[in-house]
Design a binder for this molecule. Structure first.
Ligand SMILES: NC(=O)c1ccc[n+]([C@@H]2O[C@H](COP(=O)([O-])OP(=O)(O)OC[C@H]3O[C@@H](n4cnc5c(N)ncnc54)[C@H](O)[C@@H]3O)[C@@H](O)[C@H]2O)c1
Length: 278
């Protein structure tokens, strides 16, 4: 018996990364999953969709830009039509946005990051809530980040969106608690590839070429450098468990928060960074 048997879940941005893992874990636990991404629907269906079906799960795929209200409406409406209702919404989608100082940033770049990372959570939550309120049952899981709790230089729109997700989570939890709806946020740690991406972005912005291999070596060395640790932990990867963390860690927490085992937990922002204490 799965922990999400009989439940219907929507997962956003599910073609890869954390959302893909969340969708697969939800399906393994018995949920029927509705997954969406901006990529063409046949690509999503032939990859993540096929994997879920091959494991015996139920899935429908959508090409949805979750920052667009009409597209979100269509995806939610179709999900309810085909699966009967919706119990769980995982707002996982997120983009890194520009890597530069804000005085070099256009309003369009700022807004695009906020649209995808924050407005999408508003739009998807707003659209599923009438059904959840009717059911007097619902679980909303928003993806923030360690960057939701501490600054990240050169990524102001990303950090702002992730901080706002925590505020949104707490406020929404307060608004819908009386309908037996739980709203929580997950704050994953970054992993080496993301740190490398960020370093590359900064290097490009500052016109200083980055040697990827040297960066990787330095990154590995820094993990264990006592001076660095004494000076202050600098990267989202540096948890006290010293084993890093990845999408599986966040997905396991998402399953728990989506299950009835977490029915008394709401308005929380929980780290999965391998022992970080943001
Ligand atoms: N990867 C990390 O290290 C890390 C760390 C902390 C928090 N997070 C958070 O976890 C979440 C997932 O991150 P990830 O790195 O696994 O993602 P990812 O970059 O691997 O995947 C993001 C997916 O979202 C899709 N997408 C982008 N814009 C979209 C839109 N407008 N509508 C629908 N889909 C869209 C992309 O096509 C892609 O498939 C994000 O909210 C991110 O902020 C990630």
């Amino acid at each position: 018996m799965g922990r999400l048997d009989g439940k219907v879940a929507i997962v956003t941005g599910a073609a890869r990364g954390h959302a893909e893992t969340v969708a697969i874990f939800f399906a393994k636990e018995g949920a029927a999953v509705s997954i969406c991404d901006v990529i063409p629907v046949n690509q999503l269906d032939n990859s993540v969709g096929a994997e879920i079906r091959a494991a015996g799960g139920k899935v429908i795929c959508f090409q949805t830009d979750v920052s667009k209200e009409d597209q979100v409406h269509k995806m939610v409406r179709e999900t309810i039509k085909r699966f009967g209702t919706v119990h769980i919404l995982a707002n996982v989608v997120g983009i890194a946005g520009p890597t530069k100082d804000i005085w070099d940033m256009s309003l369009a770049e700022w807004k695009q990051t906020l649209d995808v990372n924050l407005d999408s959570a508003f739009l998807c939550s707003k659209t599923v809530l009438p059904e959840m309120i009717k059911n007097k049952y619902g679980k909303i899981i928003n993806f923030s980040s360690g960057t939701g709790k501490q600054p990240l230089t050169h990524r102001a729109p990303y950090a702002t969106s992730k901080m706002a997700i925590i505020g949104f989570t707490r406020t929404l939890a307060a608004d819908v608690g009386r309908y037996n709806i739980n709203v929580n946020a997950i704050c994953p740690g970054g992993h080496q590839e993301r740190s490398l991406e960020l370093a590359r972005g900064r290097a490009q912005y500052m016109n200083k070429p980055l040697d990827d291999e040297a960066f990787r070596k330095q990154f590995q060395a820094d993990q264990n450098d006592p001076k660095r640790i004494l000076a202050g932990r600098w990267s989202a990867d540096e948890g006290y468990l010293e084993k890093g963390s990845g999408p599986e860690d966040a997905a396991k927490l998402a399953v728990f928060l989506a299950s009835d085992d977490a029915s008394s937990i709401t308005g929380q922002d929980i780290n999965t960074g391998g022992g970080v204490m943001w």
